[in-house]
Design a protein around this ligand. Sequence first.
Ligand code: GTP
Ligand code: IMP
Ligand code: MG
Length: 358
Amino acid sequence: MVSVVVGGHFGDEGKGKIISYLALKDNPDVIARAGVGPNAGHTVYKNGRKYGLRMIPCGFVNDKSRLFIGAGVLVDPQTFLREVGETNTGDRIRLDMRCAVIEDRHRQEDVKDKHLSKTVGSTGTGCGPANAERAHRTIKLARDVPSLKGFLADVPEELNRAVVGGKRVLVEGTQGFCLSLFYGTYPYVTSKDTSASMMAADVGIGPTKIKRVYVVFKAYMSRVGEGPFETELDEQRARSPLWKRLLEDAKSKGIQGRGASETMAGYFGEKGTVTGRLRRIGDFDYSMARYSSMVNGATDIAITCVDKLFPECGKVRDYGGLSDEAKQYVRKIEEEVGVKATLISTGPDTEDMIDLRE
Ligand code: GTP
Ligand code: IMP
Ligand code: MG
């Protein structure tokens, strides 16, 4: 049984949290990371320690799962090897021999004058230039890098063998739907599609094998970097009772940005995992969420950070424990998107979860 987790908005929806929960709860035999590459930072906690993972699958929190990185993913050997050490996963992680490799020159090109970091606000991790070179078919692959020799595998063989054997496979997406090169807010997007079908292709699993697609949404929205953000908090949006209450609380704590969006980023502690940039904050965009669920073929939606909008719901683990206001908020998202919210996250810890799956 194969499940895929993807971001429904602009990335940073808390996929790391959802994936680590599923890794511990469902005990997948195999967990594979898909997506663009080290431009993504997933936040996960293991034994009280915080990790901001850019290469290693978040599912490493389950010590028994075998870990893979799919051929579609760009690998930065330095970051990969460092994280293998930090997470102590050397004996159970493998990457596809066909992963393309990011080199110094890709990173340099990403940040040079008027290049991607300035124009689209890229993460500066070299992913855009590396994918461009991959399309030119001149890039180096993992099989050509001596330091990666001991980690190489044929990931589709491994994953499909697990599927045939009736084992559970969890595929981790990165980024979010609105950053898709195909469907996002072009040109302010990443260098590849970010929908569930892309994730399946990244790790070499055919569409007929996918049983479940979890699309992760934050209860509000955030975007790091440049580009359109229709529901970003402006003066008018900030006047809704929900934001008014939170802005007043921020003020009482001495948190004040240049506008409501920045104030709320400070209040929520919303900073980019990779770049440290303050994220922009906005209202939940229902029509975007509906479209994103459609293209992703969502079977389930997961909603994170409910506790940030409704602090009284912090660490609640059963639906009945949510306030009426929070229940109504979740119900509205379900109705607008047309998919059931089966995972509701109420805090950063893995266990802070309401699990409504059958
Ligand atoms: P990308 O692949 O970069 O899109 O990452 P991501 O979706 O894994 O998200 P990231 O870890 O970058 O950011 C999410 C932040 O929200 C992290 O700091 C998490 O610890 C935090 N978080 C996730 N779920 C919850 C939640 O339900 N409540 C609270 N308070 N924080 C949460
Ligand atoms: P790049 O992927 O580094 O080229 O960046 C292109 C755009 O995607 C920028 O706006 C980045 O901020 C955004 N982006 C890429 N990866 C992530 C992510 O994992 N989380 C949030 N934003 C991302
Ligand atoms: Mg992130």
